[in-house]
Each structure stands twice: as C-alpha cells, then as structure tokens.
Design a binder for this molecule. Structure first.
Ligand code: NI
Length: 173
C-alpha cells in the first residue's frame, strides 16, 4: 500500500516536471500572445538594417546583435562552466549601428535562432535539473536563466517590431 502511494507521488512529480519543461519551451519560442522573433527578423529590408527611426534608440542591427550576444551568453552560462561573459554593457552590443556587409545579418539571425533552439533543448532535457543552483554561478538556476532569456527576448522583440513600423518596414495585415 505504502509503495503504491509513493509511486503515485513520484509519477505526479515527473508529470509536473514534464509540463513545466513544455511550458518553458513554448514561452521561449515566443508563446502564443505575439509574433515570433523569426517573423520580425525575416524580411527586414537590407537597406534599413542600420537606419535609426526618429525617437527610437537602436537600429535593427544593434537589436539583432544585442539579443544574439545576450542569448548566447545566457545559454553558455547555463551549460558551460568555462564560459566567460562579455564585458558589461559594451560587450553586449555591436561596435557599429550598421552591419559591416550584406552577409552578417543573415549569419547573426541564423545564430540567434540556432541558440534559441539549443536553449529550448536544454530546458526540455529531463537530465538538466531546472531547480539546481548552477555550480559555477552565484545562485542562478536553469529555470531562472530560461525565464530571464524569454523576458529579455520579448522586450527587444517588441522594440524590433516598433522599429520596423516606424521605418515603414512592417507588413501590416
Ligand atoms: Ni537588453
């Protein structure tokens, strides 16, 4: 009898763990409440990638590089004890508001989307303890890093969409 009860509890916990991981994956992908990052990056006109819109602080290139670097930092911090973070804040932004050539936007966007998939794979991996303190951190957990990343990405995704609207480069439906 006792054994059965114990089994039931652990089965329930296992299910909760699975549900939490699925919800985190969904949140990181962009949830269901707004456009996904991929939509905002694709079709960003080449001629406007380094252009400021009136009243807005960043170009598309600055926003893309910023989210790519920050996400890479969060991902590597979460899984790699040897990771060294860039200098804050300068290391989290590109050197220039303008991409240096035609190919870098595409490269940066692909790298961003790949790292996002990696983070989703990490939180969905049942072997990665979401609640354990990251050994090389100062109290952070993978859960906290995943939530931080989703929050940071969503904030800058909103800026990117506003920027595209202000530049007349957002496909209105
Ligand atoms: Ni930021």
């Amino acid at each position: 009898m006792k054994k059965t009860l114990k089994k039931k509890t652990s089965g329930n916990e296992k299910n909760q763990d699975k549900v939490l991981r699925e919800h985190l994956g969904y949140l990181l992908k962009g949830g269901g409440a707004h456009v996904h990052f991929e939509d905002a990056l694709m079709g960003f006109p080449k001629s406007k990638q380094g252009v400021f819109a009136k009243g807005l602080p960043h170009t598309g290139w600055q926003l893309l590089e910023h989210v790519r670097i920050a996400q890479w930092d969060i991902l590597e911090f979460s899984r790699n004890a040897k990771h060294v973070s860039p200098d804050f804040p300068g290391g989290y932004w590109p050197k220039t508001p303008l991409p240096s050539n035609d190919a870098v936007w595409e490269k940066s966007a692909k790298s961003f989307l790949r790292d996002l998939e990696e983070m989703i794979a990490l939180v969905k991996n049942p072997k990665a303890d979401l609640f354990a303190k990251i050994p090389h951190g100062s109290g952070q957990t993978i859960l906290r890093e995943a939530l931080l990343l989703a929050d940071h990405n969503a904030y800058h995704l909103g800026q990117l969409v506003d920027l595209r609207r202000a530049l007349g480069a957002w496909p209105e439906e």
